[in-house]
Design a protein around this ligand. Sequence first.
Ligand code: NAP
Length: 276
Amino acid sequence: MNPLLPDGQALELLFESPDLPRFPLPDALAACYGGALGFSQPRLYANFVASVDGVVALREGTNSGSVISGHSAADRFVMALLRACAGAVLVGAGTFRATPGHLWHAGQVYPAGAALFAELRGRLGLAPEPLLVLISASGNLDPSHPALRHPTLVATTSEGAARLRGILPEQTQVAALADGPISMAAVLSALHERGHRLVLTEGGPTLVGQLIAEGLLDELFLTTAPSLFGRTANDGRKTLVEDVDVSGSALALLSARRHGSFLFLRYALSHALRAT
Ligand SMILES: NC(=O)c1ccc[n+]([C@@H]2O[C@H](COP(=O)([O-])OP(=O)(O)OC[C@H]3O[C@@H](n4cnc5c(N)ncnc54)[C@H](OP(=O)(O)O)[C@@H]3O)[C@@H](O)[C@H]2O)c1
């Protein structure tokens, strides 16, 4: 029986590529995850939950991940574990607007493991919580969102910065990086310069599409939830990669785990394989 998950069942390891890095996880986290987890550095890794038919986002403004996962405790545990390893979490403004009240902290999404995630961050030499990095061209962000009262960097345009001037809490910094669309490579190098070598992105699909198109995403953690959603024209639903053509980008499976009918898949994008 695993005490961290409500049904007592740890994730079951089905496959793992040999020689993956291993971080010093507290034993209880490794037992629940079904083994070790670690990353080469620097690394940019994404975490998404999708239905079996590939839907990750429902109509605009919906906290889609929770609906698609059916509030799966195992999915929330993995989400928290991935956050616990990250120096910074990169999120698009669409996802931020869809999740009022969210903090992108490990302990918030999986409180039962909060002390263990904090212990892991201490062992990795990370700050207590990751830096939240928001990407927005418009600057259309609710200044009362609680996430902005924790260390946050808003990467935006000159127009977005003008819109946000003087209205954000002091914990939030604003960087005007462009007059048009922001280069994700510029954002990532700014994070590396600040010492954040492990960066997690939780999307959404528009942002992750750009990260893949720019050749920046190294790994994808994909939870396949046992559900089907379907899409119709203009219903606002989105699949994992939106608004760009990534033309059959190749992935290699690094690990596969199972919890009930959920699959937890870890892939490397082909350019990242040599450095895995
Ligand atoms: N299933 C999952 O695991 C999962 C994970 C994450 C998100 N989601 C869902 O995805 C949905 C949101 O998806 P989305 O595709 O609309 O949102 P998104 O990718 O989170 O955000 C898109 C927004 O980010 C900003 N942006 C992206 N690239 C930019 C660039 N290069 N330069 C400047 N700004 C840029 C723009 O913000 P402005 O509009 O402010 O200019 C753009 O509208 C939500 O329903 C959310 O719940 C699901």
